[in-house]
Write a protein that binds this ligand. Structure first.
Ligand SMILES: C[S@@+](CC[C@H](N)C(=O)[O-])C[C@H]1O[C@@H](n2cnc3c(N)ncnc32)[C@H](O)[C@@H]1O
Length: 286
């Protein structure tokens, strides 16, 4: 069974939960913000976009570290970005990686096992997620700098040195952010990335079966942006949207493609057309 397959039943949780969430919507849609550093931006945001942190905290309380599988495919596809010598040369220090929205650590733990010299900064805005990372048997505070940060609101430069990071990973993370806040996230990352550093992105692509399902359930917030039954949000990227977003923020596109797979759920006798996007961007020094 693939990770994608296990994702589906849990994300599309029971219709009674969906109905409960939907019935909440009209009354709370314009609920005033109680706090927030960039609250002026949030006033017009959708209820579930503003409640993102609460919903992700609940997600990790409920699923713990059982929801996502370790992402071993990252080494296969992007190994050369993580290895310490680009040309096979042996160096004293490994690369510096920043994993944004690290969740329970399904990206970072396979990477530190494969690249023992890698130094990892890992952040998430959910304290529940960070607790799961800290409790992982392979957590090592000398190799992983774990910190709390809402990258759509807080300055990363206050947590790590400017221009100090070789690679940033955004693995199913950018889709959790409102498209209105994505430009801020990219500017935030740009400040801590070294000149010619890279951002590696994997995320949901337009036309994914999960998007079709959310569309049919009327759970759209804005174009290609939806809330799920558990209140977490998800954006579905086209190549044009993603590349325009990064180019406008001062990045160059190194590689980008959409990949598709039919995932079968034998138990429900159904097949799903999953679509994901993967892309590599580089910081164009200014
Ligand atoms: C789908 S999970 C991906 C987790 C991880 N990257 C992995 O590979 O398994 C998305 C993560 O992004 C985090 N997240 C969403 N919005 C965030 C924000 N504004 N700042 C920091 N983390 C955020 C969520 O808490 C969640 O852990």
């Amino acid at each position: 069974m693939t990770a994608a397959m296990t994702m589906l039943p849990a994300l599309c949780c029971s219709s009674s939960v969906d109905r409960k969430m939907s019935s909440l919507l009209p009354a709370v849609l314009f609920e005033p913000l109680s706090c927030g550093k960039r609250g002026f931006d949030d006033v017009n945001e959708h209820y579930f976009s503003r409640k993102s942190l609460t919903c992700w905290d609940k997600f990790y309380k409920r699923h713990q570290n059982k929801f996502f599988k370790d992402r071993h495919y990252l080494e296969k596809d992007w190994g050369k970005y993580f290895s310490d010598g680009d040309d096979g040369a042996i160096s004293a220090n490994g690369k510096v990686l920043l994993e944004i929205g690290c969740g329970a650590g399904n990206t970072i733990f396979p990477l530190i096992a494969a690249y023992p010299k890698l130094f990892v900064h890992a952040c998430d805005f959910s304290t529940e997620a960070l607790t799961l990372v800290k409790e992982h048997p392979n957590f090592n505070g000398d190799q992983i700098n774990l910190f709390i940060c809402d990258v759509a609101n807080d300055e990363l430069c206050e947590k790590i040195l400017p221009s100090s990071v070789d690679i940033v990973t955004l693995i199913f993370m950018l889709s959790a952010v409102s498209p209105k806040k994505m430009p801020f996230v990219l500017q935030n990352l740009k400040k801590v990335l070294k000149p010619n550093g890279h951002i590696l992105v994997r995320d949901y692509a337009v036309g994914d079966s999960a998007q079709v399902k959310l569309e049919n359930k009327n759970q759209m917030i804005s174009n290609n942006f939806y809330f799920r039954g558990d209140g977490t949000c998800s954006f579905y990227f086209s190549e044009d949207f993603l590349s325009a977003l990064f180019v406008k923020a001062g990045f160059g596109t190194v590689d980008m493609n959409i990949y598709c797979r039919q995932v079968e759920n034998r138990f429900r006798n159904m097949a799903f057309q999953r679509r994901w996007i993967r892309a590599i961007f580089t910081k164009i020094d200014s």
